[in-house]
Design a protein around this ligand. Sequence first.
Ligand SMILES: [Zn+2]
Length: 451
Amino acid sequence: MIERKIINKVEEKREKIIELLATLVKIPSLTGDELKAQEFVAAYLRDLGLKVALSEPDIKELFEKYPDVAQYPSHWLHDLILPYQDLPSYGDLVKSGKMDVLNYKNRPNVVGTWKGSSKAGRSLILNGHIDTVTVEPRDEWTHDPFEAEIEDGKMYGRGVSDMKSGIVAAMVALECLIELGVKLRGDVIFESVVNEEHAGNGTLACVARGITADAAIITEPTKNTVRLGNAGGVYWGIKVKGRSKPTGARWRGREQDGVSAIEKLSRVIDSLLEMEQKLNDKYRHPHIPDQNSFSMVMGRVHGGHYDTVTASECTLNGSAYFGSEVGSVADVMEYIRGAIVEANRKDRWLVEVPPEVFFLHHDDPSDIDEKEPIIQTLQSAAERVTGERPPLYRGTAACDMRHLINQGKIPTTVFGPGWGDQIHKPDEFIPIDSMVPSVKVLALTIYDWCK
Ligand SMILES: [Zn+2]
Protein backbone atom coordinates (compact mmCIF):
# COMPACT_ATOMS: atom_id res chain seq x y z
CA MET A 1 0.00 0.00 0.00
CA ILE A 2 1.35 3.40 -1.04
CA GLU A 3 0.88 5.02 2.38
CA ARG A 4 3.13 2.43 4.05
CA LYS A 5 5.71 2.89 1.30
CA ILE A 6 5.78 6.67 1.83
CA ILE A 7 6.16 6.29 5.60
CA ASN A 8 8.96 3.75 5.18
CA LYS A 9 10.72 5.90 2.62
CA VAL A 10 10.76 8.90 4.99
CA GLU A 11 11.98 6.62 7.77
CA GLU A 12 14.93 5.57 5.54
CA LYS A 13 15.83 9.26 5.18
CA ARG A 14 16.24 9.92 8.91
CA GLU A 15 20.01 10.48 8.74
CA LYS A 16 19.78 12.34 5.44
CA ILE A 17 17.23 14.78 6.89
CA ILE A 18 19.53 15.70 9.78
CA GLU A 19 22.52 16.02 7.46
CA LEU A 20 20.62 18.24 5.05
CA LEU A 21 19.39 20.48 7.87
CA ALA A 22 22.95 20.81 9.20
CA THR A 23 24.22 21.72 5.72
CA LEU A 24 21.63 24.46 5.34
CA VAL A 25 22.24 25.87 8.86
CA LYS A 26 25.94 26.10 8.00
CA ILE A 27 25.12 28.44 5.09
CA PRO A 28 24.26 31.71 6.87
CA SER A 29 21.24 33.43 5.31
CA LEU A 30 20.59 36.47 7.42
CA THR A 31 17.90 38.77 6.01
CA GLY A 32 19.57 40.72 3.22
CA ASP A 33 22.14 38.00 2.54
CA GLU A 34 20.11 35.08 1.25
CA LEU A 35 21.80 34.30 -2.08
CA LYS A 36 24.12 31.39 -1.17
CA ALA A 37 21.42 29.45 0.65
CA GLN A 38 18.95 30.09 -2.19
CA GLU A 39 21.47 28.75 -4.73
CA PHE A 40 21.83 25.63 -2.61
CA VAL A 41 18.05 25.13 -2.48
CA ALA A 42 17.70 25.77 -6.22
CA ALA A 43 20.37 23.19 -7.05
CA TYR A 44 18.73 20.65 -4.74
CA LEU A 45 15.34 21.10 -6.39
CA ARG A 46 16.88 20.84 -9.86
CA ASP A 47 18.50 17.54 -8.87
CA LEU A 48 15.06 16.29 -7.86
CA GLY A 49 13.90 17.07 -11.39
CA LEU A 50 11.79 20.13 -10.60
CA LYS A 51 11.54 23.07 -12.98
CA VAL A 52 13.29 25.84 -11.04
CA ALA A 53 13.07 29.62 -11.44
CA LEU A 54 14.95 32.31 -9.49
CA SER A 55 13.58 35.82 -9.45
CA GLU A 56 14.24 38.94 -7.42
CA PRO A 57 11.22 40.76 -5.97
CA ASP A 58 10.54 44.07 -7.72
CA ILE A 59 9.94 46.54 -4.89
CA LYS A 60 8.44 49.21 -7.15
CA GLU A 61 5.94 46.72 -8.54
CA LEU A 62 4.98 45.63 -5.01
CA PHE A 63 4.27 49.20 -3.87
CA GLU A 64 2.24 49.85 -7.04
CA LYS A 65 0.21 46.66 -6.79
CA TYR A 66 -0.22 46.48 -3.03
CA PRO A 67 0.20 50.00 -1.58
CA ASP A 68 -1.40 49.04 1.75
CA VAL A 69 0.68 45.94 2.41
CA ALA A 70 4.08 46.29 0.68
CA GLN A 71 6.89 46.94 3.16
CA TYR A 72 10.32 48.45 2.88
CA PRO A 73 12.94 45.80 2.11
CA SER A 74 14.64 44.90 5.37
CA HIS A 75 18.02 43.76 6.54
CA TRP A 76 19.35 41.96 9.60
CA LEU A 77 20.96 45.28 10.64
CA HIS A 78 17.94 46.81 12.32
CA ASP A 79 19.23 50.38 12.32
CA LEU A 80 18.52 50.31 8.58
CA ILE A 81 14.78 50.06 9.24
CA LEU A 82 12.89 53.05 7.90
CA PRO A 83 10.13 54.55 10.03
CA TYR A 84 6.88 55.90 8.58
CA GLN A 85 3.93 57.88 9.90
CA ASP A 86 1.08 56.33 7.98
CA LEU A 87 2.21 53.82 5.34
CA PRO A 88 5.58 53.11 3.72
CA SER A 89 5.88 54.22 0.09
CA TYR A 90 8.24 53.72 -2.82
CA GLY A 91 8.83 57.49 -3.06
CA ASP A 92 9.95 57.67 0.59
CA LEU A 93 12.21 54.66 0.08
CA VAL A 94 13.94 56.39 -2.83
CA LYS A 95 14.22 59.61 -0.80
CA SER A 96 15.71 57.77 2.18
CA GLY A 97 19.04 57.37 0.41
CA LYS A 98 19.21 53.76 1.62
CA MET A 99 18.20 52.11 -1.65
CA ASP A 100 21.76 50.90 -2.16
CA VAL A 101 21.32 48.46 0.77
CA LEU A 102 17.55 48.14 1.00
CA ASN A 103 16.85 46.41 -2.30
CA TYR A 104 16.48 42.89 -3.72
CA LYS A 105 19.62 42.69 -5.79
CA ASN A 106 21.05 39.18 -5.35
CA ARG A 107 18.11 38.24 -3.16
CA PRO A 108 16.06 35.94 -5.39
CA ASN A 109 13.03 33.85 -4.52
CA VAL A 110 13.38 30.23 -5.60
CA VAL A 111 10.31 28.55 -7.07
CA GLY A 112 10.42 24.88 -8.03
CA THR A 113 7.52 23.24 -9.84
CA TRP A 114 6.74 19.54 -9.98
CA LYS A 115 4.22 19.37 -12.82
CA GLY A 116 1.18 17.19 -12.31
CA SER A 117 -0.25 15.01 -15.06
CA SER A 118 -3.69 16.59 -15.31
CA LYS A 119 -5.32 20.00 -15.10
CA ALA A 120 -8.07 18.35 -13.08
CA GLY A 121 -5.67 17.54 -10.21
CA ARG A 122 -5.53 19.75 -7.13
CA SER A 123 -2.38 21.85 -6.88
CA LEU A 124 -0.46 22.71 -3.71
CA ILE A 125 2.08 25.38 -2.75
CA LEU A 126 4.68 24.60 -0.08
CA ASN A 127 6.16 27.85 1.16
CA GLY A 128 9.06 28.66 3.46
CA HIS A 129 11.41 31.57 4.07
CA ILE A 130 15.15 31.15 3.81
CA ASP A 131 16.11 34.34 5.65
CA THR A 132 16.87 34.40 9.36
CA VAL A 133 17.08 37.12 11.99
CA THR A 134 20.37 38.42 13.35
CA VAL A 135 22.59 36.37 15.69
CA GLU A 136 22.81 39.28 18.14
CA PRO A 137 23.31 39.20 21.06
CA ARG A 138 26.07 36.89 19.82
CA ASP A 139 27.82 36.49 23.20
CA GLU A 140 24.69 34.95 24.72
CA TRP A 141 25.01 31.90 22.45
CA THR A 142 26.58 28.84 24.06
CA HIS A 143 26.68 27.09 20.65
CA ASP A 144 28.06 28.42 17.40
CA PRO A 145 25.07 29.81 15.43
CA PHE A 146 26.36 28.36 12.14
CA GLU A 147 27.84 25.00 13.15
CA ALA A 148 24.62 22.99 13.60
CA GLU A 149 25.95 21.47 16.83
CA ILE A 150 23.93 18.59 18.24
CA GLU A 151 23.57 18.02 21.96
CA ASP A 152 20.98 15.97 23.88
CA GLY A 153 18.83 15.43 20.83
CA LYS A 154 18.73 19.10 19.85
CA MET A 155 20.36 20.80 16.90
CA TYR A 156 21.41 24.40 17.56
CA GLY A 157 21.80 27.22 15.08
CA ARG A 158 20.33 30.42 13.71
CA GLY A 159 17.36 29.52 11.58
CA VAL A 160 17.39 25.86 12.55
CA SER A 161 13.77 26.10 13.71
CA ASP A 162 12.77 29.32 11.91
CA MET A 163 12.71 27.87 9.41
CA LYS A 164 15.38 25.81 7.71
CA SER A 165 13.83 22.73 9.31
CA GLY A 166 10.57 23.51 7.50
CA ILE A 167 12.34 24.04 4.19
CA VAL A 168 14.21 20.75 4.59
CA ALA A 169 11.02 18.93 5.64
CA ALA A 170 9.22 20.06 2.49
CA MET A 171 12.18 19.27 0.21
CA VAL A 172 12.62 15.76 1.63
CA ALA A 173 8.87 15.08 1.49
CA LEU A 174 9.03 15.84 -2.25
CA GLU A 175 12.19 13.78 -2.65
CA CYS A 176 10.54 10.73 -1.08
CA LEU A 177 7.51 10.91 -3.37
CA ILE A 178 9.71 11.42 -6.45
CA GLU A 179 12.01 8.51 -5.55
CA LEU A 180 9.00 6.26 -5.07
CA GLY A 181 7.92 7.11 -8.61
CA VAL A 182 4.61 8.49 -7.37
CA LYS A 183 2.55 10.15 -10.12
CA LEU A 184 0.48 13.15 -9.04
CA ARG A 185 -2.27 14.76 -11.06
CA GLY A 186 -1.92 18.21 -9.47
CA ASP A 187 1.14 20.50 -9.51
CA VAL A 188 3.31 20.87 -6.42
CA ILE A 189 5.01 24.27 -6.20
CA PHE A 190 7.80 24.78 -3.71
CA GLU A 191 8.63 28.40 -2.79
CA SER A 192 11.75 29.31 -0.84
CA VAL A 193 11.34 33.04 -0.32
CA VAL A 194 13.55 35.90 0.86
CA ASN A 195 12.82 38.62 3.39
CA GLU A 196 9.97 37.15 5.39
CA GLU A 197 11.50 38.60 8.53
CA HIS A 198 10.31 42.14 9.04
CA ALA A 199 8.83 42.48 5.53
CA GLY A 200 7.06 39.60 3.78
CA ASN A 201 7.94 40.92 0.34
CA GLY A 202 9.32 37.59 -0.89
CA THR A 203 5.98 35.82 -0.69
CA LEU A 204 4.17 38.97 -1.80
CA ALA A 205 6.32 38.96 -4.95
CA CYS A 206 5.36 35.33 -5.66
CA VAL A 207 1.69 36.31 -5.37
CA ALA A 208 2.25 39.39 -7.55
CA ARG A 209 3.72 37.16 -10.28
CA GLY A 210 0.53 35.12 -10.30
CA ILE A 211 1.88 31.95 -8.69
CA THR A 212 -1.20 30.26 -7.31
CA ALA A 213 -2.62 26.89 -6.29
CA ASP A 214 -5.72 25.27 -4.80
CA ALA A 215 -4.12 25.40 -1.34
CA ALA A 216 -0.86 26.27 0.39
CA ILE A 217 1.05 25.09 3.43
CA ILE A 218 3.74 27.21 5.05
CA THR A 219 6.13 24.95 6.94
CA GLU A 220 6.95 27.33 9.81
CA PRO A 221 7.33 25.60 13.20
CA THR A 222 3.94 24.80 14.75
CA LYS A 223 4.72 22.25 17.49
CA ASN A 224 2.31 19.72 15.98
CA THR A 225 -0.61 22.09 15.70
CA VAL A 226 -2.36 23.21 12.53
CA ARG A 227 -2.79 26.94 12.07
CA LEU A 228 -6.22 28.40 11.50
CA GLY A 229 -4.86 31.87 11.09
CA ASN A 230 -2.30 34.35 12.22
CA ALA A 231 -2.42 37.47 14.26
CA GLY A 232 -1.69 40.77 12.57
CA GLY A 233 1.15 42.90 13.84
CA VAL A 234 2.22 46.51 14.04
CA TYR A 235 5.71 47.61 15.09
CA TRP A 236 5.57 51.05 16.62
CA GLY A 237 7.80 53.64 18.26
CA ILE A 238 6.89 56.54 20.51
CA LYS A 239 9.25 59.43 21.12
CA VAL A 240 8.58 61.53 24.23
CA LYS A 241 10.26 64.87 24.82
CA GLY A 242 11.20 66.48 28.13
CA ARG A 243 12.99 69.64 29.22
CA SER A 244 16.50 68.95 30.40
CA LYS A 245 17.59 70.62 33.65
CA PRO A 246 20.19 69.58 36.22
CA THR A 247 19.18 68.70 39.80
CA GLY A 248 19.30 72.20 41.19
CA ALA A 249 17.21 73.65 38.38
CA ARG A 250 14.42 71.07 38.31
CA TRP A 251 12.24 73.27 40.55
CA ARG A 252 11.88 77.01 40.30
CA GLY A 253 10.30 77.69 43.68
CA ARG A 254 7.06 75.65 43.63
CA GLU A 255 7.08 75.48 39.82
CA GLN A 256 8.52 72.40 38.07
CA ASP A 257 10.92 73.41 35.32
CA GLY A 258 12.93 70.27 34.55
CA VAL A 259 10.69 67.67 32.93
CA SER A 260 12.09 64.22 32.35
CA ALA A 261 10.90 62.49 29.20
CA ILE A 262 11.14 59.29 31.23
CA GLU A 263 8.60 60.40 33.85
CA LYS A 264 6.23 61.40 31.02
CA LEU A 265 6.76 58.09 29.29
CA SER A 266 5.07 56.38 32.22
CA ARG A 267 1.81 58.18 31.31
CA VAL A 268 2.09 56.85 27.77
CA ILE A 269 2.80 53.32 29.01
CA ASP A 270 -0.22 53.36 31.35
CA SER A 271 -2.43 54.51 28.54
CA LEU A 272 -1.21 51.80 26.15
CA LEU A 273 -1.76 49.12 28.81
CA GLU A 274 -5.27 50.40 29.49
CA MET A 275 -6.02 50.14 25.79
CA GLU A 276 -4.69 46.53 25.74
CA GLN A 277 -6.96 45.62 28.65
CA LYS A 278 -10.01 47.24 27.04
CA LEU A 279 -9.50 45.44 23.74
CA ASN A 280 -9.02 42.09 25.47
CA ASP A 281 -12.19 42.66 27.52
CA LYS A 282 -14.11 43.48 24.37
CA TYR A 283 -12.90 40.85 21.87
CA ARG A 284 -12.62 37.05 21.84
CA HIS A 285 -11.37 34.69 19.16
CA PRO A 286 -14.58 33.39 17.54
CA HIS A 287 -13.57 29.70 17.69
CA ILE A 288 -10.83 29.46 20.30
CA PRO A 289 -12.30 31.21 23.37
CA ASP A 290 -9.26 30.95 25.64
CA GLN A 291 -6.98 32.70 23.13
CA ASN A 292 -6.56 36.42 23.72
CA SER A 293 -7.17 38.93 20.95
CA PHE A 294 -4.63 41.66 21.57
CA SER A 295 -1.04 41.76 22.86
CA MET A 296 0.88 44.95 23.52
CA VAL A 297 4.61 44.21 23.62
CA MET A 298 6.99 46.85 24.97
CA GLY A 299 10.34 45.73 23.69
CA ARG A 300 12.96 48.43 24.06
CA VAL A 301 13.40 51.76 25.76
CA HIS A 302 16.13 54.24 25.17
CA GLY A 303 16.73 57.73 26.46
CA GLY A 304 18.45 60.20 28.74
CA HIS A 305 22.11 61.12 29.03
CA TYR A 306 23.09 61.57 32.64
CA ASP A 307 21.94 60.59 36.13
CA THR A 308 21.63 64.16 37.39
CA VAL A 309 19.89 65.72 34.40
CA THR A 310 16.21 65.29 33.52
CA ALA A 311 16.03 63.36 30.23
CA SER A 312 15.28 65.57 27.24
CA GLU A 313 14.08 62.67 25.14
CA CYS A 314 13.24 58.98 25.32
CA THR A 315 11.89 56.46 22.87
CA LEU A 316 9.87 53.34 23.54
CA ASN A 317 9.74 50.69 20.81
CA GLY A 318 7.33 47.83 20.74
CA SER A 319 4.80 45.87 18.77
CA ALA A 320 1.15 44.97 18.92
CA TYR A 321 -0.35 41.64 17.82
CA PHE A 322 -4.04 41.28 17.16
CA GLY A 323 -6.64 38.91 15.80
CA SER A 324 -8.83 39.90 12.87
CA GLU A 325 -11.79 40.38 15.25
CA VAL A 326 -9.99 43.47 16.62
CA GLY A 327 -9.76 45.04 13.16
CA SER A 328 -7.28 45.93 10.47
CA VAL A 329 -3.77 47.34 10.66
CA ALA A 330 -5.23 50.83 10.13
CA ASP A 331 -7.60 50.28 13.09
CA VAL A 332 -4.75 49.23 15.38
CA MET A 333 -2.62 52.20 14.31
CA GLU A 334 -5.61 54.37 15.23
CA TYR A 335 -5.93 52.64 18.64
CA ILE A 336 -2.27 53.41 19.35
CA ARG A 337 -2.62 57.04 18.29
CA GLY A 338 -5.78 57.21 20.43
CA ALA A 339 -3.94 55.91 23.49
CA ILE A 340 -1.40 58.71 23.09
CA VAL A 341 -4.15 61.32 22.78
CA GLU A 342 -5.69 59.88 25.95
CA ALA A 343 -2.33 60.15 27.79
CA ASN A 344 -1.92 63.73 26.59
CA ARG A 345 -5.40 64.67 27.80
CA LYS A 346 -4.37 63.90 31.38
CA ASP A 347 -1.06 65.76 31.39
CA ARG A 348 -0.32 69.44 30.84
CA TRP A 349 3.20 68.85 29.56
CA LEU A 350 2.12 66.24 27.04
CA VAL A 351 -0.59 68.56 25.71
CA GLU A 352 2.07 71.18 25.01
CA VAL A 353 4.74 68.79 23.74
CA PRO A 354 2.88 65.79 22.31
CA PRO A 355 4.80 62.55 21.82
CA GLU A 356 5.61 61.53 18.27
CA VAL A 357 4.27 58.17 17.08
CA PHE A 358 5.83 56.30 14.18
CA PHE A 359 5.57 52.83 12.70
CA LEU A 360 8.22 50.43 11.44
CA HIS A 361 6.31 47.49 10.05
CA HIS A 362 2.77 46.16 9.79
CA ASP A 363 1.09 42.85 8.96
CA ASP A 364 -2.57 42.20 8.41
CA PRO A 365 -4.15 39.29 10.27
CA SER A 366 -5.32 36.30 8.24
CA ASP A 367 -7.76 33.48 8.87
CA ILE A 368 -8.80 30.27 7.21
CA ASP A 369 -12.06 28.41 7.82
CA GLU A 370 -11.55 25.13 9.66
CA LYS A 371 -13.83 23.44 7.11
CA GLU A 372 -11.40 24.15 4.26
CA PRO A 373 -10.40 20.82 2.68
CA ILE A 374 -6.65 21.47 3.15
CA ILE A 375 -7.15 21.67 6.93
CA GLN A 376 -8.99 18.33 6.93
CA THR A 377 -6.40 16.70 4.67
CA LEU A 378 -3.50 17.88 6.81
CA GLN A 379 -5.17 16.95 10.10
CA SER A 380 -6.03 13.52 8.80
CA ALA A 381 -2.45 12.88 7.59
CA ALA A 382 -1.07 14.04 10.94
CA GLU A 383 -3.49 11.80 12.82
CA ARG A 384 -2.40 8.78 10.77
CA VAL A 385 1.27 9.52 11.49
CA THR A 386 1.15 10.48 15.16
CA GLY A 387 -2.05 8.79 16.35
CA GLU A 388 -3.44 12.14 17.47
CA ARG A 389 -5.49 14.70 15.62
CA PRO A 390 -3.41 17.91 15.85
CA PRO A 391 -5.22 20.80 17.53
CA LEU A 392 -6.16 23.91 15.58
CA TYR A 393 -4.52 27.09 16.72
CA ARG A 394 -4.12 30.70 15.70
CA GLY A 395 -0.52 31.89 15.50
CA THR A 396 0.27 34.73 17.87
CA ALA A 397 2.73 36.44 15.54
CA ALA A 398 2.46 37.26 11.88
CA CYS A 399 3.89 35.22 9.01
CA ASP A 400 3.63 35.11 5.22
CA MET A 401 0.28 33.32 5.48
CA ARG A 402 -1.34 36.75 5.23
CA HIS A 403 -0.18 37.37 1.67
CA LEU A 404 -1.16 33.93 0.38
CA ILE A 405 -4.63 34.32 1.91
CA ASN A 406 -5.38 38.06 1.68
CA GLN A 407 -3.71 38.95 -1.63
CA GLY A 408 -3.34 35.51 -3.25
CA LYS A 409 -6.82 34.22 -2.22
CA ILE A 410 -5.25 30.81 -1.62
CA PRO A 411 -6.58 28.72 1.31
CA THR A 412 -3.41 28.53 3.40
CA THR A 413 -2.38 26.92 6.64
CA VAL A 414 0.85 26.50 8.56
CA PHE A 415 2.34 23.22 9.71
CA GLY A 416 5.98 22.37 10.27
CA PRO A 417 8.60 20.81 12.52
CA GLY A 418 9.98 22.45 15.61
CA TRP A 419 8.71 24.90 18.12
CA GLY A 420 7.90 28.53 17.59
CA ASP A 421 8.54 29.56 21.18
CA GLN A 422 12.33 29.63 21.12
CA ILE A 423 12.99 31.23 17.74
CA HIS A 424 14.77 34.58 17.23
CA LYS A 425 16.75 33.99 20.44
CA PRO A 426 20.32 32.94 21.23
CA ASP A 427 20.72 29.14 21.19
CA GLU A 428 17.83 28.62 18.80
CA PHE A 429 17.34 24.87 18.51
CA ILE A 430 15.14 22.15 17.15
CA PRO A 431 14.43 18.79 18.79
CA ILE A 432 15.76 16.48 16.08
CA ASP A 433 12.98 13.96 16.70
CA SER A 434 10.39 16.46 15.50
CA MET A 435 11.75 16.30 11.94
CA VAL A 436 10.82 12.81 10.70
CA PRO A 437 7.14 12.88 11.79
CA SER A 438 6.56 16.21 10.07
CA VAL A 439 8.21 15.02 6.85
CA LYS A 440 5.84 12.03 6.95
CA VAL A 441 2.82 14.28 7.49
CA LEU A 442 3.85 16.58 4.65
CA ALA A 443 4.56 13.72 2.24
CA LEU A 444 1.17 12.11 2.96
CA THR A 445 -0.59 15.46 2.66
CA ILE A 446 1.02 16.21 -0.71
CA TYR A 447 0.05 12.77 -1.94
CA ASP A 448 -3.55 12.92 -0.63
CA TRP A 449 -4.08 16.43 -1.98
CA CYS A 450 -2.52 16.16 -5.41
CA LYS A 451 -3.03 12.47 -6.35
ZN1 LIG B 1 9.64 32.19 10.36
